[in-house]
Design a protein around this ligand. Structure first.
Ligand SMILES: Nc1ncnc2c1ncn2[C@@H]1O[C@H](COP(=O)(O)OP(=O)(O)OP(=O)(O)O)[C@@H](O)[C@H]1O
Length: 450
């Protein structure tokens, strides 16, 4: 990667529309989808999709990957208006489909369809295959009953089933066949855009390839554009033209598939890919261990969404050479204290606190012993830790956290990164490390994993 390119910071929206080989069919700008469940949790919504900007090009397959719960399904559902956007826009041929209602929305739904993960539960067992595939045609009053029947039979042909299957019921079919039925139904209204939500992950491995091949053939035959949501990165690598990597409601990296797999730029992508078993036994690539679990999407961290777990998080200048293990332990302490501050204190704790008995921080010595007992702690760190322990013992967790932040915090936690164009093919990465003056995350991780 050239230095010049890596440093060329620019907003994702301006880049995606200009670097395109293909024409953008869908342009997504600052899209947010929050789930607000009636104030049960003090009105703090789940920020399932938290401001994404990208485009989907006509005729391409765009992969969407990321850990469970990062917002992939919500994003897919919002694009086809099964979920209401909280903010932002989704432009389809220039029309913001988040603003549609009535007939216009009805019309859009013809054009954008979704294939679901689980062919076991997504088909109504009381309807015949014919009725299932015909239903969207009925809803949209397509043709006459007779032409609808004929169309359904053609569709059954198209997806590799038989016309006679029209009068059978879903339970008479295997998982792969059921997924073919789901696909036939999806195609009934000749959509341009299809969201494929983990379309093969519930299927036997032997059947997965057949369905993938079918989806590829259909794309070619009907000029379909796909958003392909998946866990399985090898399938994504096989079928997708470009891939977007999602974490905690944000897109961390987006670029051409092969380039993203062979030369990931974002530390999150690097960690995600390092978890794939390496087929080459001589490979020296090391697995990057991510500490902790993804934050709760109700309370995403400030700054970069990945900052709480990032193995390449930028450290304050004076701690750049601190032992990695000690650095991890210090950050564990930060997490523990922040979690405790957020957690509702139990009634028992409150009572004990009131009567001056020991509190949740009575165990700070124990925590320290566990975290730092076997570490060689330099005196500078030691004195900060002592001060933090004093705040903790006095139950002043806010002061403890503030001191931790001040001493060990970084730009990654205080400021949102920008999108940077990191390759000639327009790959975009959302990370502070692409800014001037920082080592790339590859360099940092290589060094640390040696
Ligand atoms: N209807 C809902 N109401 C409230 N929260 C929801 C709802 N649907 C999803 N969520 C939450 O939104 C976040 C994103 O969920 P989503 O299903 O979009 O993620 P995902 O990446 O598709 O996960 P998976 O790979 O497990 O399907 C999660 O924290 C989830 O619990």
């Amino acid at each position: 990667m050239s230095k010049e390119l890596s440093q060329e910071a620019s907003a994702l929206e301006t880049e995606t529309s200009t670097d395109a080989d293909g024409e953008a069919m869908i342009e997504v700008n600052g899209l947010k989808t929050y789930y607000d469940d009636g104030g049960l949790f003090g009105g703090t919504p789940v920020k399932a999709v938290d401001g994404v900007t990208f485009d989907i090009r006509r005729g391409e397959t765009l992969g969407l990957v990321g850990e469970s719960g990062c917002g992939k399904t919500t994003l897919g559902r919002t694009l086809i208006q099964l979920e209401d956007a909280t903010d932002g826009e989704v432009l389809f041929d220039g029309t913001d489909i988040t603003q549609l209602s009535g007939d216009d929305l009805h019309e859009w739904r013809r054009n954008a369809q979704m294939v679901f993960q689980d062919p076991e539960s997504s088909l109504n067992d009381r309807m015949t295959i014919g009725e299932i595939v015909r239903e969207p045609l009925d809803v949209h009053e397509w043709g006459t009953p007779r032409t609808r029947r004929e169309r359904v039979k053609e569709l059954l042909d198209t997806v590799g089933l038989q016309r006679e299957h029209y009068y059978r019921y879903p339970h008479q079919f295997s998982g792969g066949q059921r997924q073919r039925i789901g696909i036939a139904r999806t195609l009934a209204l000749e959509p341009d855009f299809v969201v494929l939500d983990e379309p093969v992950s519930a299927l036997d491995v032997s059947v997965q390839a057949e369905i993938i091949n079918l989806l590829e053939d259909l794309q070619e035959e009907f000029g379909l554009t796909y958003l392909f949501i998946a866990h399985d990165l090898s399938v994504v690598r096989h079928i997708c033209d470009r891939v977007a990597v999602m974490y905690l409601g944000n897109i961390m990296e987006l670029g051409p598939t092969e380039e993203l797999f062979t030369d990931p730029s974002n530390p999150y992508t690097q960690a995600l890919l390092s978890a794939i078993p390496e087929p080459d036994p001589t490979s020296t690539r090391e697995r990057i261990t991510l500490h902790g679990t993804p934050p709760n999407p109700r309370y995403p961290p400030s700054g970069c969404p990945f900052s709480t777990r990032c193995p390449a998080r930028i450290r304050p200048e004076e701690y750049r050479d601190l032992d990695d293990e000690l650095w991890v332990r210090i950050n564990t302490l930060r997490e523990v204290l922040s979690e405790r501050k957020r957690a509702e204190r139990s009634i028992r704790e409150r009572i004990r606190e009131k009567v001056g008995k020991d509190t949740r921080f009575a165990t700070i010595e124990e925590t320290y012993d566990e975290l730092f007992g076997d570490q060689d702690v330099p005196s500078r760190v030691e004195s900060v830790l002592t001060e933090i322990a004093e705040h903790a013992r006095a139950n002043d967790e806010s002061a403890a956290i503030a001191l931790l932040d001040e001493e060990f915090g970084s730009i990654c936690e205080s400021e949102s990164p920008a999108y940077h164009t990191v390759s000639r093919n327009g790959k975009q990465s959302y990370c502070h490390r692409h800014e001037d003056g920082y080592r790339t995350s590859e360099a940092v991780l290589d060094h640390r994993h040696r």
